[in-house]
Design a protein around this ligand. Structure first.
Ligand SMILES: Cc1cc2nc3c(=O)[nH]c(=O)nc-3n(C[C@H](O)[C@H](O)[C@H](O)COP(=O)(O)OP(=O)(O)OC[C@H]3O[C@@H](n4cnc5c(N)ncnc54)[C@H](O)[C@@H]3O)c2cc1C
Length: 292
């Protein structure tokens, strides 16, 4: 199929892009890597009047690392971020997760901003953003604002972004000492969207869990923290088998599973427990060493 007719604009500055977005808001879509939008246009699942192609806007693909954290411009290609974080212990979650995003060719074009904006519940980048306590930076002609990743994903392909706003960056604060991170997912084939996945962070001091962020994706209508499971672990020893079993049971019982997709609700629920059990064993093996 071919897309429905649309007008095309290729702004050369962020200001120009934001003015176009303000003018056309609900009738416009930003074109980033096009890896999701182009198929959606061809299948006529999306039929915007305007495409605002931001590939020529300078400065949107810059990665800046400071003592405070990592600021990743929205147009940073997924593989460019992977290159940056590949050997960086603080960003081990991103280094583990990004290779699971589709295939190399798609990651060469697909952007971090596009993945976060799309809010596919099975995508890796939104779950990583929550597990790393990231902040999403949005810009419009009205100014800029920041939304914590934990408040950004509102439902199936739904976010806190207003129609006239554009994501300009994702900021990942540098994890404090003691944080360990792990990633796992189950997919039918490497590169497929996951059937269920987990981005896990845990702050461990002298083998005791002080804080946890356990974010499941490809399970509900958005990436979701398993708060009851986190509470079951906090204050307990990472090697405490009973606490770990209680956390897995709580995660399985408490998670909201969205029906439909590639497998049944009960199978996904089971995967939630398996993913967490495996990751907690890895955290025990990692002990206090963030490099694992
Ligand atoms: C075969 C295939 C397999 C895939 N598998 C996976 C997978 O396993 N995991 C995964 O996470 N993804 C997967 N993807 C999706 C891929 O990661 C996309 O690149 C990503 O979802 C969207 O990024 P993009 O830059 O291509 O955005 P686009 O396709 O250009 O845009 C996607 C949407 O986001 C909006 N948008 C883009 N940038 C911005 C911005 N800065 N501000 C506001 N709105 C914006 C667009 O208007 C559009 O609505 C797959 C894609 C394909 C084709």
């Amino acid at each position: 199929m071919k897309p429905a007719l649309f007008s095309y604009a290729a702004p050369r500055s962020l200001d120009e892009a934001l003015v176009l977005l303000a003018e056309h808001a609900d009738d416009a879509q930003i074109l980033a890597g096009g890896q999701s939008l182009a198929p959606m246009l061809n299948l006529r699942l999306a039929a915007p009047d305007w495409l605002i192609d931001v590939n020529r806007v300078p400065g949107l693909d810059v990665i800046e690392e400071t003592a405070e954290g990592l600021r990743v411009g929205a147009m940073t290609r997924q593989n460019a971020l992977l290159d940056h974080v590949a050997d960086a212990p603080d960003w081990s979650l991103l280094a583990q997760a990004i290779p699971h995003v589709a295939h190399r060719g798609i990651r060469n074009r697909g952007t971090i901003g596009g993945s976060v904006a799309l809010a596919d519940p099975a995508a890796e980048a939104p779950a990583c953003a929550i597990a790393l306590d990231a902040v999403i930076r949005l810009a419009s002609v009205r100014g800029e604002r920041e939304v914590p990743a934990s408040d950004f994903f509102l439902g199936l392909y739904e976010t806190a972004r207003e129609p006239d706003e554009m994501i300009v960056a994702v900021f990942y604060p540098r994890p404090a000492p003691g944080w360990l991170f792990g990633f796992d997912e189950v997919a039918r084939r490497r590169g497929d969207y996951a059937l269920a996945g987990l981005c896990a962070g845990m702050r461990v001091e002298e083998a005791f869990v002080r804080d946890a962020r356990l974010v499941f994706f490809a399970v509900g209508d958005r990436p979701t923290r398993a708060r009851v499971a986190e509470d079951a672990l906090i204050g307990r020893n990472v090697a405490d088998i009973a606490a770990r079993a209680a956390a897995c049971a709580a995660a399985r019982a408490g998670i909201e599973v969205m029906p439909g997709g590639d497998c049944g609700v009960e199978y996904k629920r089971r995967l939630v427990g398996v993913l967490l059990e495996r990751q907690l064993a890895r955290f025990e093996a990692m002990g206090g060493d963030r490099d694992g």
